[in-house]
Write a protein that binds this ligand. Structure first.
Ligand code: ADP
Length: 205
């Protein structure tokens, strides 16, 4: 893939609401939402890749970087080929990648990052409650077990949070992730609308 995709990153700990907000944003024409969690869960659980994903996610661990990036590249290529993602007109809203320093470096060849939506919630117990709730609704094995959830928070702090330092501070927008989903969406749109407008209205962009 030669081109770099104009992108917004949804960033934040597990359970903070990236998936909810990403799905909402993905319904807006001109934005294409891609969540790596969804990408992995769409794998056939009996395939070799599906088996590997299950092995890591069930323990609350990240899938190895090289495998993640390779799969992501393949997934994006498919979305372009089937016409769902048009890089010429769509902004890519990425959720769940990059999640490690090595992934951030590898993704630099693919992404032109226009903004980072850093969802912030100080209340870890609230996030754990949300995750247990969605475990039942969505049948997610990695959300059902509290020990696995706590492990994912540790992995987030150790491996993912430092990814923010890879980017220019000016790109990072802290967004309070508590309140109603529509309130959080409102705060996100305050950041996204100017970015999207600049991209669409500037003929030189
Ligand atoms: P959450 O945001 O609640 O952590 P996701 O649905 O984004 O959940 O991801 C579920 C699991 O998929 C992760 O715990 C991890 O095992 C795997 N995964 C998702 N994205 C990545 C990534 N970029 N790198 C490595 N593993 C990933």
């Amino acid at each position: 893939m030669a081109q770099r995709f104009r992108s917004l990153l949804l960033f934040g700990p597990p359970g903070v609401g990236k998936g909810t907000q990403g799905t909402l944003l993905g319904h807006i024409p001109g934005l294409f939402h891609l969540a790596t969690g969804d990408m992995f869960r769409s794998l056939d659980a009996r395939s070799e890749l599906g088996r590997q994903f299950h092995e890591y996610s069930a323990k609350g661990l990240l899938v190895p970087d090289e495998l993640t990036i390779r799969l992501w590249e393949q997934y994006v290529r498919q979305r372009i080929a089937d016409g769902r993602f048009n890089p010429a007109s769509d902004l890519l809203v990425l959720d769940g990648i990059p999640r490690s320093a090595r992934q951030a470096v590898a993704m630099d060849t693919h992404l032109d990052v226009l903004g980072i939506l850093h969802l912030v919630c100080e209340d870890q117990e609230e996030m754990i409650r949300r995750m247990k709730g969605r475990a039942e609704k969505e049948g997610r094995h990695d959300d059902a077990d509290e020990a696995v959830i706590r492990r994912r928070f540790q992995v987030y702090q150790a491996e993912t949070a430092p990814v923010l330092r890879h980017y220019d501070d000016a790109l990072v927008h802290d967004i309070v992730a508590t309140g109603l989903p529509i309130e959080v969406l409102h705060r996100i749109l305050d950041v996204v609308v100017p970015v999207a407008t600049r991209q669409c209205c500037n003929p030189l962009a």
